[in-house]
Design a protein. Structure first.
Length: 308
């Protein structure tokens, strides 16, 4: 029998990019449906704008780079959908397009394309829009508001008005906020799906949520007006960030120990910004900062080779 010699890897998995991205879209469906339920046509228009602009940008850049134009892997769709879910419902069409173009071009292809980016593309797109249109990105509306009546998010009410939103509203999502950040119930359901299917690693959510629980418990005991543990878990973009942003396999550590460090770091920076920052929310900046630390985390948590 002839001996076949080939380069590694010799063990192949049935998982591929298309399957993984499809699973992420499935996991995001509850939050997407909830956003349409609460914000009606505002949600539909924003989601359509972000997904279409992300897909078109992907095709154009792949054509310019003389790469195979592959859109059915759903990577651009996931980026566009995630970007829409972390934006306010009344984000204008041109801002949605600019955010998607920035996410795909700068956040993804400037680093070499899929699998080479060091920052989460959707979060990078939102950070760009936050710098370009700060008023637009901090203006939210009440759910079921046909006339786009402005409303403050629970974190803003707590930070600047010392008013705590009822837990049931936080859990179900009947609150002002970004499209996909409102319903903790839907986000937990989608996150549980990813963990059960082993699409996302459990170490980062466990360490991140554990850090938030510990810090918020200590803060609540010493100063109750800072908000309870449940309030900080269910408000803002924590659940969306925990299950769909912080678990991105491309922008997070490859080592098991590194993933614990990554989650703890995210949790610490989230709570620092919530308690001491000028903004009521810190999920976006904390994940982007820890994305930048990933090469260093990988270097110092790399396991020793067998025999050394």
């Amino acid at each position: 029998m002839p001996l076949t010699i080939s380069a590694s890897p010799h063990s192949h998995s049935k998982l591929n990019t298309q399957f993984l991205m499809h699973q992420v879209v499935v996991a995001l469906l509850p939050a997407t449906i909830a956003s349409v339920f609460f914000f009606k046509y505002h949600a539909l228009i924003l989601i359509a704008n972000c997904i279409i602009s992300a897909a078109i940008t992907e095709m154009i850049i792949l054509k310019i780079r003389k790469k195979p134009v592959i859109i059915n892997d759903f990577s651009a769709v996931v980026t566009g959908l995630l970007l829409a879910l972390i934006l306010p419902p009344t984000t204008t069409w041109y801002a949605a397009w600019l955010g998607s173009i920035f996410s795909i071009f700068i956040g993804k292809h400037l680093f070499g394309g899929l699998g080479c980016n060091i920052f989460n593309p959707a979060l990078l797109g939102r950070a760009f829009l936050m710098a370009a249109y700060p008023k637009m990105l901090t203006t939210f509306i009440e759910p079921f508001s046909v006339d786009a009546i402005s409303g403050a998010t629970p974190l803003a009410l707590e930070k600047f008005g010392h008013t705590i939103t009822p837990t049931l509203k936080l859990f179900l999502g009947n609150i002002p906020g970004s499209l996909g950040e409102t319903s903790a119930l839907c986000l937990i359901a989608g996150g549980a799906y990813l963990l059960i299917r082993k699409i996302a690693d459990w170490r980062i959510p466990l360490s991140l949520l554990g850090t938030v629980i510990i810090i918020s418990t200590v803060a609540f005991i010493s100063k109750p007006e800072t908000g309870s543990v449940v309030f900080h878990l269910f408000s803002g973009g924590l659940m969306l960030g925990v299950f769909f942003m912080a678990t991105d396999p491309v922008t997070t550590p490859v080592t098991k120990a590194g993933r614990y460090i990554f989650g703890i770091g995210c949790g610490i920076f989230i709570m620092i910004i919530r308690y001491f920052g000028g903004l009521p929310e810190g999920v976006m900046y904390s994940i982007l900062f820890m994305n930048a630390c990933v090469p260093l985390i990988n270097k110092y948590t790399k396991p020793k080779r067998y025999g050394t």
